[in-house]
Write a protein that binds this ligand. Structure first.
Ligand code: GDP
Ligand code: MG
Length: 176
């Protein structure tokens, strides 16, 4: 009796940040294992699902990945996505100063809408450190201030992407 009970953990993850920082690329990389400069033509969706086994906690999690494709400027539309999310990736780009400066306001927006969901700070495009417009130190300072775990990723070369999602999944499972 009860032996067939099957609990599937699902975690809604939203990826927010300014346009062009690599949000869609990150979701596509994680869920489909590909990187393309022409994602819109090739993929053309704003929602992807990915099932993963989390070794650390011994649980299988299905991520529901919400992109905020092309809606960066429309608060009202983006806010609809925040509801029901269990985790959030705040992303900015190494080569886009505005995207870094916008992180705190993204943080506030998500926090106001969702309360305490698991958040993580992601600095993407670390393959372009030569063209960096953000100092490593100030990124670390911001992460500390907002109490966020910081990941530096290169979605293009698949550096640290699965680590970000594993972290969110582990936190999610641990916190119930
Ligand atoms: P979004 O607007 O935040 O969804 O950003 P996209 O995923 O559309 O990416 C914007 C551009 O940055 C695209 O041309 C991507 O190919 C490129 N891109 C994404 N990640 C990286 C990365 O890690 N390194 C480099 N060099 N380019 C990237
Ligand atoms: Mg996008």
């Amino acid at each position: 009796l009860g032996s067939s009970t099957f609990i599937m953990q699902t975690e809604g993850v939203i990826v927010v940040g300014n346009g062009q920082v690599g949000k869609t690329s990150m979701i596509t990389r994680f869920a489909k294992g590909i990187f393309t400069n022409e994602y819109k033509k090739t993929i053309g969706v704003d929602f992807l699902e990915k099932r993963t086994f989390l070794k650390d906690v011994g649980e299988e999690v299905t991520y529901l990945l919400w992109d905020t494709a092309g809606q960066e400027e429309y608060d009202a539309i983006t806010r609809a996505y925040y509801k029901g999310a269990g985790a959030c990736i705040l992303a900015f780009s190494t080569t886009d100063r505005d995207s870094f400066d916008a992180i705190e306001s993204w943080y506030k927006k998500v926090h106001d809408e969702c309360g305490n969901l698991v958040m993580v700070l992601v600095q993407n495009k670390v393959d372009l450190l030569d063209e960096a417009v953000v100092e490593a130190k100030e990124v670390e300072t911001l992460a500390k201030k907002l109490r966020l775990k910081l990941y530096r990723t290169c979605v293009k070369d698949d550096l640290n992407v699965s680590e970000v999602f594993n972290h969110l999944g582990n936190e999610f499972v641990k916190n119930g």
